[in-house]
Design a protein around this ligand. Structure first.
Ligand SMILES: *[C@@H]1O[C@H](CO)[C@@H](O)[C@H](O)[C@H]1NC(C)=O
Ligand SMILES: *[C@@H]1O[C@H](CO)[C@@H](O)[C@H](O)[C@H]1NC(C)=O
Ligand SMILES: *[C@@H]1O[C@H](CO)[C@@H](O)[C@H](O)[C@H]1NC(C)=O
Ligand SMILES: *[C@@H]1O[C@H](CO)[C@@H](O)[C@H](O)[C@H]1NC(C)=O
Ligand SMILES: *[C@@H]1O[C@H](CO)[C@@H](O)[C@H](O)[C@H]1NC(C)=O
Length: 438
């Protein structure tokens, strides 16, 4: 009478229903093991083969062939650039009805010294199977081991320079796709620039669809959960509030190299709304309407780019009463969580945390902020919020702190206009942000 005994012990600290569940699970496992041992190995294999063949039938892949591949160069630079580059590679493969060979991402930010690029497989950051099931019929990923004949590779070189226009690039892609002697090759390998620098031929909706399929691996999601939990606990510890607690994530771009870059950008574009000082950010975030205080602010500071200087702590002072700021160090997650990972994974965790915030405030000129708002817009749309132009508290609210809202002292409501015909219009270098998803 083994199990009743352990049940009795268990009952000491758990409900008996849990115990019954355990017994049921044990019975289920036992029967499963019995069934597995009954079915001959071969029968099992052939049935899963048939299943696999059925699953990869081209009718279920939306015309994407599973025996023709596209290979792209290693994907580099920051997380956002890598996400955009990856989406661009997917959409290029889609255009050719080909499966994309899972590319390498880069774990570090060094891009001038090739030996420091530290390739990291896509499936160490994003879930491979999940990607294919979510994007099924739209784009498809495969592993290099799926290529049957590695000698059948056609090298397609993209042009470069001023004269290599968007139109020429598109023409080359279409010609290669429609050229029978090229299409015969099992693999088309694109040679040249990394995909982030390729021309942009796709509408925002297509990018959004790819981004949606990029679900981080469990390990990263768990770390983000811990950070979010600590943010919520931080307020509880300070205020004793236990109800579901709102938190606001602010993606602060105030590092010195960003400030230099954005000042130059303002001069070149003859606009003055790109760089926001710490003071301006604090004022505008403080004026967001409908924030129930006290509220925790999670300050996502690009601190891997900061040297260890006084900046870290100075972002913590000057906020209006009721806004309680935390960055990684004060939250106690800098070494314990972020410190364990490469630059890319650190950004991925920060990205997830900002995605989960009740309110997000970013800079409309930052690609990191723009992609977060794009994903939040998708989530809001799914809940039926197509616009945030009217005041009020819809879910997945976002704001641009570098742009003035109804008055100078408040940030502008921000949603991604999903009807744009290319990504350029909504990322890196735009101050025409929308409060509606189009
Ligand atoms: C891709 O497939 C679609 C339909 O499935 C077809 O119309 C198109 O011509 C194909 N394109 C290429 C480049 O094979
Ligand atoms: C691979 O392709 C090459 C060139 O088309 C061919 O000579 C070779 O026999 C193929 N190998 C296999 C295993 O199919
Ligand atoms: C197809 O591509 C091959 C290899 O690049 C090229 O030699 C040939 O001229 C192309 N054919 C057409 C019809 O464009
Ligand atoms: C925004 O907040 C500042 C103080 O931080 C205040 O002086 C200003 O009037 C506010 N502006 C608006 C439009 O609420
Ligand atoms: C969204 O973008 C489209 C195309 O660029 C434009 O026509 C439309 O006015 C925009 N909508 C909003 C609400 O900004």
């Amino acid at each position: 009478m083994n199990s009743p005994l352990s049940c009795k012990t268990l009952r000491l600290f758990s409900k008996s229903i849990a115990c019954k569940c355990l017994v049921l699970v044990a019975i289920a496992l036992f029967y499963r093991a019995l069934m597995l041992s009954y079915s001959p190995r071969n029968a099992l294999n052939s049935s899963s083969l048939i299943l696999a063949r059925y699953m990869t039938d081209s009718s279920s892949t939306g015309g994407i062939r599973t025996d023709k591949f596209l290979e792209v160069p290693q994907i580099v630079w920051g997380l956002n650039n890598q996400k955009i580059a990856f989406a661009r590679a997917c959409l290029t493969a889609r255009m050719m009805n080909r499966t994309l060979l899972m590319p390498s991402l880069s774990a570090s930010l060094f891009y001038k010294e090739v030996d420091k690029l530290r390739p990291i497989p896509f499936d160490k950051v994003f879930q491979f199977e999940r990607f294919n099931s979510m994007c099924s019929g739209f784009v498809r990923l495969a592993r290099f081991s799926d290529v049957r004949n590695r000698t059948q590779v056609f090298d397609l070189e993209k042009g470069s320079g001023r004269r290599w226009t968007v139109e020429r690039d598109l023409k080359q892609l279409k010609q290669s796709a429609g050229n029978g002697s090229i299409d015969e090759f099992e693999v088309i390998r694109i040679i040249g620039k990394n995909p982030f620098l390729w021309h942009d031929h796709w509408p925002v909706k297509d990018y959004a669809k790819v981004f949606e399929c990029m679900v981080v691996v469990d390990e990263i999601a768990r770390e983000a959960d811990i950070v979010v939990m600590k943010i919520r606990e931080a307020l509880e510890l300070r205020t004793g509030i236990q109800s579901p607690i709102l938190f606001v994530a602010v993606h602060m771009r105030i590092e010195i190299d960003w400030m230099i870059h954005c000042k130059k950008l303002e001069q070149r574009k003859k606009v003055s709304e790109i760089c926001s000082s710490k003071r301006e950010i604090m004022e505008r975030v403080g004026n967001i309407s409908g924030l129930k205080t006290p509220t925790v602010l999670y300050l996502a500071v690009a601190d891997s780019l900061l040297e260890e200087k006084e900046e870290d702590s100075s972002v913590l002072t000057g906020w209006r009463d009721g806004l309680i700021p935390f960055e990684k160090k004060k939250l106690g997650v800098k070494e314990e969580i972020y410190g364990k990972y490469s630059y890319l994974i650190q950004s991925a965790i920060d990205y997830e945390v900002c995605l989960r915030a009740d309110v997000f405030v970013g800079n409309s000129y930052s690609t990191f902020s723009s992609l977060i708002v794009l994903e939040r817009t998708q989530k809001a749309r799914r809940l039926g919020f197509m616009s945030s132009c009217e005041d009020g508290e819809n879910e997945w609210r976002s704001y641009a702190y570098n742009l003035a809202g109804e008055s100078k002292g408040v940030p502008r409501r921000w949603m991604t206009n999903m009807t744009h015909t290319n990504l350029q219009a909504i990322s890196y270098g735009s101050n025409s942000v929308s409060c509606s998803s189009g």
